[in-house]
Design a protein. Sequence first.
Length: 227
Amino acid sequence: MSPRNWLPWTAFVAVLLALFLAFLYAPPDANLGDTQRIFYFHVASAWTGLLAFTVVCVAGVAYLRGGAPRWDRLGLASAEVGLLFITMAVLTGSIWARFAWGTWWEWEPRLTSAFVLWLMYAATLLVRNLVEDPARRARYAAVFGIIAFADVPIVFMSVRWWRSVHPVVVSAAGLELEPPMVLAMVVAVVAFTLLYVLLVGERMHLAALEEELAECKRALREGERVR
């Protein structure tokens, strides 16, 4: 059975389960109360965004090595979907910060490096719109995606390398959460990962159709010139 048959339903059920666990099963935080519930989706979207940009880097390396169009399509799809999830992470983190820190934004290491990552991948997609030649566009995007990946480990390790007000969720001692909170967070991460795979697959299929349409247009133009 094709993943396009079962993956949408699996992702849908996983997202519903994540919503149930986050809003009805997990207890409120002792300090933040129900505001803590946004934390589960903030962590899940941040994880998925970093995963997406890791895939962009791998796809970029694979494209530069072999030049197969499918790697360019994967890089494009993962960059677009990853930008969506990292935007969600920044927005949910800002809302959480408003209640936890009393401000919408702090230029601390984790938030700053995440914002820089958002800018770098937005620039990667911008490059695709500025270059018309498909081969050059794919090469430039692959290089930009590989360079931008350098910020991914910085985002992940920033709260460990520098003094930061951002909490460390995963430490050497494990997850510093109550078991119901851990379950809600893990299910949210799994649900968002499945949603990422679904969206990337659909975007790659759309990109393939766009390439076929562009090829048909080129063939038509060449046929008109011959006549």
